[in-house]
Design a protein. Structure first.
Length: 147
């Protein structure tokens, strides 16, 4: 004969689980909003070609003429990332874009933690936001096994 938990304990556990999921989703949306705003700012300054962009492209050894195209590419990736149906594709494309940024910094021997790894930090936030807000992604990559 098996014992079952009292109804109040099951209800409390389920309520706690639902509350945790809602909190995780809110955090995921907040991370997504913050990183999207940062990347949007980055894409706009590429489109505008302001002096800091010109200076950084020159320091990295790239022609300034590619800044506009990179701004458009980044903007397209952000839009895909923000649309729920295409969010995973957007995250994958942003990861590739950020990999190119890391590669550009690697070419010029940028400082490791402040500059070289910055695209990695951004990528982690991109995926963390998506992971927390998308149940399908959490089901695909569970952080722990069911007990």
């Amino acid at each position: 004969m098996t014992q079952t938990q009292p109804a109040t304990a099951v209800g409390t556990t389920r309520s706690h689980h639902d509350s945790s999921l809602r909190r995780a989703r809110r955090i995921g949306f907040a991370l997504t909003a913050l990183i999207a705003l940062f990347l949007l700012f980055d894409s706009v300054i590429h489109l505008l070609g302001i002096q800091p962009v010109v200076d950084s492209f020159t320091a990295l050894g790239y022609p300034v003429s590619v800044a506009f195209g990179l701004g458009i590419l980044e903007l397209a990736c952000i839009v895909l990332y923000l649309v729920p149906r295409t969010a995973v594709l957007g995250a994958v494309l942003l990861t590739g874009y950020l990999g190119g940024a890391l590669s550009a910094q690697l070419r010029v021997d940028a400082p490791l933690f402040s500059t070289l790894l910055f695209p990695v930090y951004v990528g982690i936030v991109v995926w963390a936001g998506l992971f927390l807000r998308d149940a399908r992604l959490r089901a695909l990559f569970p952080l722990r096994t069911a007990e």
